[in-house]
Ligand binder design. Structure first.
Ligand SMILES: [Zn+2]
Length: 493
């Protein structure tokens, strides 16, 4: 597994692709691997043909694996359940023997060339699963592309064979002049969804970088200030972190549905499906949603718990710190729109009040800590048991509350000289840029105490236990008060 300790992880793709082209099947790697992808859109199928060419035939059988989950979507999807018609042959078309090993591994007899083919049923409306429907295809790559020999570091080329009337491929992956897409490794491939078809696409340039808005339902989009407001948010992120961690960024925004997933240099979201919002709050909700996924470029893709990469795509990856990755992102998605002049402070406090109200009116907060809600997400992502609110909390609810609490406590302890931005920047600079890795739980708390200039024992109890939050003791020193009758935050006049 490769880590890119610099700011320009995706910028490195182009260079890495050149290396890949030079090394594939010659020295640097012991095999080359390339995909041909086509579509049966009427039947909702993606057809994959993979060509694997080993350097020598002494290596024995070849092991092909399909992930069972996708980073950011903390549930076992079991992608192989969508796979059918697996077949393998050599360069002359002679069938090769193969067998399954577990639910997501195919072991194939080796040959001078191993050609593997299979079809993926793609009719899901989930942001982590693929959909081929009429004149559009959304590819969630984890469910489509197998990696070989347990080696996710290997570069891979992808050629798409599109139906005649399809004209566009929107993705963060770079392509060469022949229309072949290159991923320097499978981690980048799996982090680069694709929207393919005839959809609307418009590219804007903002502060020296290109941003593609690829929309499945574009009508009315250009009449809204959505792109302009999004870029104001982008600028606020750049002010905190001193730049952006990509060359270009792609928003793959699909028809009506819910759910978005963050990716390095892109985001994929099901949206409101329309751009004529009935109320300002509806507009802000949609804008915050895109800003949330964007902020993940920093917080989770770069600033990340150490467990979140390199990934084991075969099984769950447990971390007690998703409340930082998701909760602080929920906090910033709103706060930075205030700094950008898009939202008022009152709107921001109303938004945060909703989280506090949700938390404080749930019995679950007395039974589950924030830390535990992170660790146990693999059990609870789609757990709809009727007792949910009685025994569990969500880090999407208490997490942003803790974002506010961290910001307030750091400001109070440093006489307003530092804030949560300083902690996020320290983690970004020290662990992502400096060490090219995530942080441990201990390193997070050490960094937080370093920024605050003192011990954060109370905050640790708010995270690690079910201890009740003393809101006004925390917030009044920074000019915010909570009316606990309706759980409403207000700025102190
Ligand atoms: Zn998120």
């Amino acid at each position: 597994m490769k880590l890119f300790p610099s700011l320009t992880r995706l910028a490195a793709i182009a260079a890495a692709s050149i290396v890949a082209a030079a090394c594939s099947g010659s020295g640097g790697f012991s095999y080359s691997i390339a995909y041909d992808i086509s579509f049966q859109s009427d039947d909702h199928y993606i057809c994959a043909e993979m060509t694997y060419v080993p350097e020598n035939l002494d290596r024995g059988d070849v092991r092909f694996s399909l992930p069972v989950w996708a980073p950011g979507y903390y549930v076992i999807v079991d992608y192989p359940k969508y796979l059918t018609d697996f077949a393998a042959c050599d360069s002359s078309g002679k069938p090769l023997s193969w067998r399954k090993s577990g639910k997501n591994v195919w072991i194939v007899e080796t040959a001078d060339t191993v050609k593997v083919s299979y079809r993926i049923y793609a009719d899901a409306w989930s942001i982590a699963e693929s959909r081929v429907q009429g004149d559009i295809a959304f590819i969630a790559p984890n469910g489509v592309f197998m990696y070989a020999d347990g080696d996710t570091d290997h570069p891979v080329d992808i050629t798409f064979r599109l139906p005649e009337q399809w004209t566009r491929i929107s993705t963060a992956l770079p392509r060469d002049g022949e229309g072949v897409f290159h991923a320097p490794d499978f981690d980048v491939l799996y982090d680069s969804p694709m929207l393919i078809g005839n959809h609307y696409s418009r590219t804007y340039t903002h502060e020296g970088h290109d941003y593609e808005f690829a929309l499945e339902t574009p009508e009315g989009f250009e009449d809204t200030p959505m792109a302009e407001d999004f870029f104001k948010f982008v600028s606020q992120c750049s002010l905190i972190f001193g730049g952006v961690p990509y060359d270009s960024y792609h928003l793959l925004l699909m028809r009506e549905g819910r759910g978005g997933l963050e990716h390095q240099a892109s985001q994929a979201c099901y949206t409101a499906g329309k751009w004529d919002f009935a109320t300002r709050e509806e507009y802000l909700e949609e804008l915050r949603f895109f800003c949330h996924e964007y902020f993940h470029n920093y917080n989770v893709k770069a600033i990340r718990p150490i467990e979140l990469g390199p990934f084991d795509y075969d099984r769950e990856v447990f971390t007690p710190m998703l409340w930082v990755s998701e909760g602080f992102t929920c906090y910033y998605e709103s706060l930075l729109l205030v700094r950008a002049g898009v939202q008022t402070m009152e709107e921001h406090l109303d938004y945060l009040s909703g989280f506090i109200r949700d938390l404080e009116t749930s019995e679950g907060q007395k039974h589950m800590s924030l830390r535990q809600s992170s660790y146990d997400i693999w059990l609870n992502f789609f757990n709809t048991a009727a007792n949910g609110r009685d025994v569990r909390i969500s880090y999407y609810v208490k997490g942003p509350v803790m974002g506010l609490v961290f910001d307030a406590v750091i400001r109070s302890m440093t006489c307003d000289e530092r804030c949560l931005d300083d902690l996020m920047r320290l983690l970004y600079d020290r662990y992502y840029k400096g060490k090219g890795r995530g942080f441990t739980e201990g390193e997070f708390w050490t960094a937080a105490e370093e920024v605050a200039g003192g011990v954060l024992e109370d905050l640790r109890l708010y995270v690690d236990t079910t201890r009740e939050l003393d809101y006004n003791a925390i917030l009044e020193p920074v000019g915010i008060t909570l009316d606990s009758n309706g759980w409403v935050l207000r700025a102190i006049e």
